[in-house]
Design a protein around this ligand. Structure first.
Ligand SMILES: C[S@@+](CC[C@H](N)C(=O)[O-])C[C@H]1O[C@@H](n2cnc3c(N)ncnc32)[C@H](O)[C@@H]1O
Length: 392
């Protein structure tokens, strides 16, 4: 039996992932960005601000793009990328040469040996990797040992609810003996076309535009090692490694996923629950988290945003990446739409990443409604993931 790392490495040699593209600058100009990028998600990683100017960032399991992208977007920082797959690293090197990324070092290796890189990292990005390891807890512990005392990790793990049907198909394809070859990919595509409309994987397949790429078909349906997490399982993994959960990178799926309104029976039932119970219940009711992206720190270091704090007026709201104004009173962020009144729009416009909530709402137009409105509307925007909050 080959060990899991060799099987996983073999897959990503033959089907490097994600689909490589040739020019970072051109893709970024077209709107490409990576969720969790330290350059764009500062308040999510560091609610009290960056610890220092020049940071060491480890991209563990960088794949084809993430190391070069991090180096391009964070030019003042030192980036180290590691991956098991030479094919993936070759594309990272191609992007590195093309964009002259002198702040990037690339290594072939297993993230289990991250500590041997000899550095304490201020940031560790590890997205879509731990759930492909034989022992994700051991992988996370290895990353913990390479994390600086005040460092932060951005992790992404698959979400169990949305992928239920994917695991049914993985099981079937394994029994049928479908191989990780172009013939195997063609067979998967044929079978997907004939699946019953009520198959549990149909919603996933409809939403996953990337399945047009062979590497994504292999990654999704023919992976030799892949597991997914519910919210409570995710906390067990994090705390089992002696780390502390800090927050979601995008709050939307965990607070209100748009499937129910503030006056609904669901809101009445889940809103009073403690945070973790709320998130776990919302995950099961909303089925909106296909992947969990979140930040963790060493135990005792995590900071939570909480609008019940007395100093909420000192919070500084920033627009989340991807939030755009579509028309007067209409904002959009990815698939999420936000309709708002003139007053609400005024408040959103004020969230320039510089002013505190107190400074934004302290205007004559808001005199009568000011405090409670300002607090609750920014809390609402934060729970929707449309604004990030920097703490005093
Ligand atoms: C699904 S891809 C994700 C790539 C990248 N993190 C991203 O988000 O675009 C998973 C990558 O992790 C790498 N990988 C898996 N297990 C690993 C391990 N134990 N150590 C280092 N890299 C690993 C694979 O070779 C592959 O390139």
């Amino acid at each position: 039996m080959e060990d899991v790392s060799s099987l996983v490495a073999k897959q990503y040699e033959a089907f490097a992932y994600p689909r490589p593209f040739a020019d970072l600058e051109a893709e970024i100009a077209k709107g490409y960005y990576q969720i969790g990028d330290p350059a764009l998600y500062g308040p999510v990683l560091w609610p009290r601000g960056r610890p220092r100017k020049r940071l060491k960032i480890l991209v563990a399991g960088c794949g084809t793009i993430q190391g070069a992208y991090a180096a391009y977007m964070n030019p003042d920082d030192e980036i180290v990328g590691i991956d098991l797959s030479e094919a993936s690293l070759a594309h990272e090197r191609f992007l590195q040469d093309k964009h002259r990324l002198q702040n990037l070092k690339l290594f072939k290796g297993d993230l289990l040996d991250a500590a041997s890189l000899g550095d304490d990292f201020d940031v560790i990005l590890c997205t879509g990797v731990l759930h492909h390891m034989a022992d994700p807890g051991a992988g996370l512990a290895a990353l913990r040992d390479a994390l600086a005392p005040d460092g932060v990790m951005v992790l992404m793990l698959y979400g169990a609810t949305v992928r239920t049907g994917v695991y049914m198909l993985q099981d079937a394809f394994r029994r049928i003996g479908v191989q990780q070859t172009s013939e195997g990919v063609a067979q998967v595509r044929q079978i997907l076309r004939e699946l019953p409309g009520r198959h549990y994987a149909q919603d996933y397949i409809r939403a996953a535009a990337e399945l047009k790429d062979d590497a994504a078909v292999v990654d999704t349906f023919l992976h030799p090692q892949d597991r997914a997490y519910t919210v409570p399982q995710l906390f067990d993994l994090v705390e089992g490694a002696g780390l502390a959960f800090q927050g979601w990178v995008d709050n939307f799926p965990y607070w209100r996923n748009g499937a129910w309104g503030p006056d609904s029976a669901i809101a009445a039932a889940v809103d009073p629950l403690p945070r973790r119970e709320h998130w776990a219940a919302v995950e099961m009711l909303g089925l909106a988290a296909g992947m969990h992206m979140f930040t963790v720190r060493h135990a005792g270091e995590a900071l939570q945003v909480d609008f019940e704090r007395e100093d909420w007026r000192e919070f500084v709201p920033h627009w989340a990446p991807g939030l755009t104004r579509r028309a007067s009173g209409l904002f959009q962020r990815g698939p999420y739409e936000l309709k708002c009144s003139e007053l609400e729009q005024f408040v959103i416009d004020g969230a320039d990443g510089k002013r505190t909530i107190g400074e934004i709402i302290d205007v004559p137009a808001l005199e009568d409604v000011q405090d409670e409105f300002g607090r609750r509307y920014f809390e609402h925007l934060w729970k929707l993931g449309h604004v990030m909050i920097a703490l005093p």
